[in-house]
Write a protein that binds this ligand. Structure first.
Ligand code: ADP
Ligand code: MG
Length: 225
């Protein structure tokens, strides 16, 4: 004990409360509930088709649940559009903007939000340092390696300091060496930024390597309470 008190630790940032959705009469999520604390990385495991992407899309506001509530930082965002939820996303098949250089990819959301050039430049530089790519501002994204492109996609999602970062199989489909390197690197980056995150994967070893808590999505529904 060093006597310091971190009064943000343990505060709930994301609340998923009794969320249900069906497609064409088939229930995909059945009263799913989950809370994630500030700075916590939760991995959600589940086989293909178990509703992992659907749950993240509901949290992000890209899909509307039939029932249930999503709260971010205590605010009910269930009916709030994606860009006002304070949620960032990284996907498996993340596409960078090919006509923008690395810096303008990372600074994209800040540009859209009307941040001034000095603010954007400073945040882009900070993020490039964080992901181990200092000095890459003016590189073309088409010249990046697969690992570099992944790190730029992560930096782009972190740029606006989202309250919650959602990662949907972000490292699935990469070759083994790159996958294993990025697992460590991305986990370190999330810790450094104290990011609150939900990381979806079907790979249990990956989940255990990146997360503070590993949960099986099928156990979060009504049938298991
Ligand atoms: P996972 O990410 O775990 O593989 P998904 O959330 O992508 O699973 O899909 C769960 C189930 O819901 C699948 O059977 C899928 O076909 C179905 N599904 C997802 N989105 C839609 C949609 N927009 N319309 C119809 N069915 C969908
Ligand atoms: Mg999926």
């Amino acid at each position: 004990m060093d006597g310091t008190v971190d009064d943000t630790r343990g505060r709930t940032v994301l609340e998923i409360v009794d969320v249900s959705i069906a497609f064409a009469g088939t229930r995909v999520l059945d009263d799913v509930s989950l809370t994630v604390d500030d700075g916590e990385v939760v991995a959600l495991l589940g086989p293909s088709g178990s509703g992992k992407s659907t749950l993240l899309r509901i949290v992000a506001g890209l899909e509307v649940p039939d029932r249930g509530t999503i709260r971010v930082a205590g605010r009910d965002v269930t009916r709030i559009p994606t860009h006002r939820r304070g949620v960032g996303m990284v996907f498996q098949d993340e596409q960078l903007f090919p006509h923008r250089d690395v810096g303008r990819n990372i600074g994209f959301s800040l540009e859209m939000a009307g941040a001034d050039a000095a603010t954007r430049t400073a945040r882009v530089r900070e993020l490039l340092g964080l992901v181990g790519m200092a000095g890459f501002e003016h590189r073309r994204v088409t010249d990046l390696s697969g690992g570099e492109a992944k790190r730029v996609a992560l930096a782009r999602a972190l740029a606006p300091r989202p309250a919650v970062l959602l990662l949907d199989e972000p490292l699935t489909g990469l070759d083994r060496d790159l996958h294993d390197r990025l697992v460590t690197e991305v986990a370190d980056i999330l810790r450094t930024e104290r990011t609150t995150a939900v990381w979806v994967t079907h790979d249990r070893a990956e989940a255990e390597a990146v997360a503070d808590r590993v949960l099986d999505l099928p156990t979060l529904g009504a049938g298991h309470r």
